[in-house]
Structures are given as structure tokens and as C-alpha cells.
Design a protein around this ligand. Sequence first.
Ligand code: ZN
Length: 272
Amino acid sequence: EVETVRRRIAPLLEGRALAEVEIADARLTRPLDPVEVARELEGERVTVVDRRGKYLIIRFVSGRALLIHLRMTGSVLDGLHDDDAHRRAVIRLDNGAHVSYRDVRRFGTWLLLEPEEVDAYVDARVGREPLGTAYRSKHLAEKLAQRKAPVKSAILDQRTVAGVGNIYADEALWRARVHPLTPAEALGPGEVSALYKGIRAALQLGIRRQGSTLRDYRLPDGGSGSAQHEFKVYGRDGEPCDRCGTPIDKIRVGGRGTWYCPNCQRHVARRR
Ligand code: ZN
């Protein structure tokens, strides 16, 4: 997840100035000219590398910030990676080290914000942090009560919970024994509470695992990879549920591959 990337690059960037910036893909900064954005970034000195939801926020001494949204396949890497066809940008730091931005599918974005724009921009797009103390089960209940969409889609929405990707949504729903197609508004208080705990547990496990999620992003839905054995349902269709032995089923919810246990996670469409 994004937090894993942040932890990896923060020690490289914090305190350093950006000596030279090359942005090779205009999609990264559109509609702005990548050459102009690169020139604006040069000379900025990094104070801290932050994260809000799925945004990486590189904050500068000037008060400006570079917001990076990695989307599906973006990542920030230590080093030059000049033989990598998917490298879209590279930064040379004032100590001579390089940091590269790689993105296979090119959905990621870089946005340079002026000091007065940063907080408003991020607040408008990102819900409260699921791992932060400000976020409570009650807040999640309020958000879900407003949504008729399947609960899986609702928790992938950044306005409901920040930072929950496809993998952890499935893992959290399995932990909470909630069917992914259940209308969000139909969840009872006990189910919301279980889901809240499930999200926290799944995300904490993801952060501890340090980066296996990034590898998984490169697998197509349904693909197999060793990291997937660590998941309870994600990518495991046909394998027995760890809790009850029923084969895990795969469906699509809101266009996303979705894995669940048809026995532990029964479909409930009742209203509260
Ligand atoms: Zn089960």
C-alpha cells in the first residue's frame, strides 16, 4: 500500500533538496506541461513525506507540496532505474542519490500545490484515516448509512474510508463475515463494528507485511503468486475457507474482482 512506499522513500527524501527533476510522461502532470512542473520542483527542499489516504504528500520547506497518487501500478523507487521502460520520472537529489517513479499503466498523477492549496485539496478528496485515532466505528456507520451501493464498493470509495484497496476490502469483509454485495445502508451496528475492526486488522497486517501489496498489484485478478497465500480470501477462488472449509468464490462487484466465502459471508439485503 501507499504507506509502505512512504516508509521506504521518506528517509531518502527528507531533508534533501531536489537538484534535478525529469518528467518523461506528460500524463503525469496534465494538463500542466511536465517540463514546467519539473522546473518548479527543482530547488525545493523536502521537509517530510506524508500520506493521506492514497496520496503521498511530499512537503517542502517553501510550504508547497507535491501530491503523488500512485493509482494501480505507480511506485516510487530508490535509484536511477534508467533501463526500466516504465520509469516515468526521475529526481536527482542534492546528495547525488536518485529517486525514480515507475508506472506500468500510467494512471498515476503528480500535482504540485501552492502552500494555501494543500490542506483544502487533500481534505476535499480523502476521508479520515482508518488507522488514525480520529476514525471511529461510529463515523464509518454514518458514512455507510448514506450509501445504497454494495458495501464492497462503499469501502473502496476514498470518501468513506481512506486507503483501503481491493485486496484489503475483501480481507476486511471476510473478517467481518459480511457479504460484499450487501447494501451498505443495510448493515446493522454489529456488522459495522465488525467491519471497522476488520478494516483495521487487514490494513495493519498489510503494513507489517511491508510491500507485498505492491507485488500483488502486478498480478491480474485471479493470477497466482506466493504472496497470495498470506491472504484469507483474495485470489483464492476454489481454495477452502480458513474458517469453515467452504471453497472461496469469486464474483465481480463494481467491476472489481471480489473474493469471499459463500458460507461465512451470507448475502443479507434487509433494511435496518
Ligand atoms: Zn467460510
